[in-house]
Ligand binder design. Structure first.
Ligand code: BYC
Ligand code: FE
Ligand code: FE
Length: 483
């Protein structure tokens, strides 16, 4: 069967890539499948594998109406391989090969590079599921629990998307990499996940929402850049992943937004005017706004590290080779080769943070990070609208890009959220004002009691404006049958 917009459900692995006629890859994936299920059962959402969850499953790649909703037990979810439609005549749109037909096979000279990018992308997907595996137990509502599980199964599908590329285009070493993707573990001392942020804990629901807002948004930016790839199968698979990614960021933005709303309403009802009166606010069973700011500081800075170094020859090579482009590459008005162009990069010069022009080719990571920061800012402004509307005098803001960094230009400096360079001593004294302290974590943990009654929401989070799939907030999004 040729590639279609319809998804073939007759094979064990739903797909629109004609797996029926590609027995070699079908067999390889069928062999990988039990290991995946084993991973899902041991590292996936703990305690809910037998529950019925109201999930969306992709049934088509038609942008209008690609998903259907129904109750599914997560281990029975139909993880499929879905690529966006092929565009006839698509070209490599940037770099040294600009104007050549897009590649349907992996160019030999870029094989190692492409494999590396696909493995890094693939590694983040199961990592996030591992990080979130205990959260079901403290879900603030059935609605939120369902959203967590929706994100989890889709990250599982994103792993499948990368594993398909490895099996189909990278032969024996691709199969080995696919196996390794099931062997690494988030936070493990011996076999950690590849990128920093994916070895951190997601200890509570506020972190989960911040993670889906900030870190899934890095996912969006990276997928957008890979969707520009001259390697067409990678481009197409990333394009479809992006349709799912929108929901993940929705979960994050509305999750934090609802927590803010609950806090502001409780403050108003109790007549608390000072948002910094943390003790008084916490006594109301809601999370104070300064603590939300600290969590945002943490997750934003960890996510900035995911863009790599501001100045990177790796990034220049990816771009020049045509394997990884810029955000919305084809909409940018320039030569798409960047032979003589420069781009301003924030750097540490003589102990001061300054903008310095660098060759645009080596500043590709910086540019993507700038696009990311702009996207984050818009979301933060929407949170500020919630605060403003409630009449509370407080504003959230993104910390400076030099704050709390572990990768790139600022990894060896200590800076405040305002971008002031600090001595180690000053940093140690003040860091608990800017990052969640142990006491903050303990307080948030104290609010993380499960709230699983239909239509009920934990005190610290407001109900959503609308439910999922036109259902109300009181719909039974998860029928819990605990194992
Ligand atoms: N942690 O030239 P450099 C998602 C390494 S999230 C550890 O500065 P480069 C999702 C780097 O690998 C999106 N190591 O950076 C979200 C290199 O090592 P080698 C995931 C790091 O290579 C939520 C060395 O440092 N997708 O989808 O230009 C839930 C020098 O690297 C880190 C991608 O990331 C780090 N943070 O860029 C679920 C896209 N940063 O090669 C899913 C694919 C750098 O010297 N990946 N290093 O051994 C890439 O495009 C690039 O690998 C990076 C790094 C952007 C990550
Ligand atoms: Fe993903
Ligand atoms: Fe995601």
């Amino acid at each position: 069967m040729p590639e279609t917009t319809h998804v073939d459900y007759s094979t064990k692995i739903p797909n629109n890539v004609g797996l029926m006629d590609d027995q070699r890859v079908l067999k390889a994936l069928e062999q990988w499948h039990p290991g995946y299920i084993d991973w899902w059962m041991t590292m996936g959402p703990e305690g809910f594998q037998t529950s019925d969850v109201y999930l969306r499953t992709a049934v088509s790649i038609d942008p209008k109406g690609w998903a259907k909703f129904d109750y599914v037990k997560m281990p029975d979810y139909r993880w499929g391989i879905l690529l966006a439609p092929r565009h006839d005549g698509r070209q490599v749109n940037f770099g040294a090969h600009k104007g050549e037909p897009a590649w349907q096979e992996v160019p030999g000279e870029y094989r190692a590079m492409l494999r590396r990018l696909i493995v890094v992308q693939g590694d983040t997907e199961p990592a996030s599921v591992e990080q979130q595996r205990f959260l079901g137990k403290t879900a603030p509502s059935l609605y939120d629990m369902r959203n967590l599980f929706q994100v989890n199964v889709e990250e599982g599908r994103h792993l499948w998307a990368m594993v398909y590329l490895l099996h189909k285009y990278f032969g024996k070493d691709g199969r080995e990499e696919a196996d390794e993707l099931l062997n690494r573990r988030s936070g493990d001392d011996d076999k950690p996940r590849m990128l920093g942020a994916f070895n951190e804990e997601t200890p509570d629901w506020l972190s989960f929402f911040m993670f889906t807002f900030f870190t899934d948004r890095d996912g969006k930016m990276q997928l957008e850049s890979l969707a520009q790839s001259g390697f067409d199968p990678l481009s197409r698979t990333c394009r479809f992943m992006l349709t799912e990614e929108a929901h993940h960021m929705f979960v994050g933005e509305t999750g934090v937004g609802r927590a803010i709303e609950s806090t502001c309403l409780a403050m108003k009802a109790a007549g608390i005017e000072d948002p910094n009166d943390i003790e008084a606010v916490r006594r109301l069973g809601v999370i104070d706004l300064p603590t939300m700011q600290k969590k945002a500081n943490l997750h934003f800075s960890l996510s900035l590290d995911l863009f790599g170094s501001e100045v990177s020859t790796n990034a220049a090579n990816y771009y020049n080779s045509g394997v990884k482009g810029r955000f919305q590459e084809t909409r940018i008005d320039d030569d798409h080769q960047l032979t003589n162009a420069v781009y301003p990069v924030s750097k540490l010069v003589d102990g001061r943070i300054k903008m310095v022009d660098e060759p645009a080719l080596t500043a590709i990571n910086m540019r993507l990070r700038d696009d990311y920061v702009a996207d984050c800012s818009k979301g933060v402004e929407r949170w500020n609208k919630v605060i403003e509307k409630a009449g509370v005098n407080f504003r959230l803001k993104l910390p400076h890009v030099a704050f709390h960094r572990h990768i790139g230009e600022f990894q060896n400096v200590k800076a405040s959220p305002d971008g002031e360079v600090l001595s180690d001593g000053d940093w140690s004294k003040r860091k608990d004002q800017w990052l969640p302290s142990k006491a903050d974590g303990d307080f948030i943990q104290s609010l993380m009691a499960p709230c699983w009654e239909r239509g009920k929401f934990a005190s610290w989070i407001a109900p959503p404006k609308v439910g999922i799939d036109n259902k109300g907030g009181d719909f039974e999004y998860v029928k819990i049958h605990q194992a």
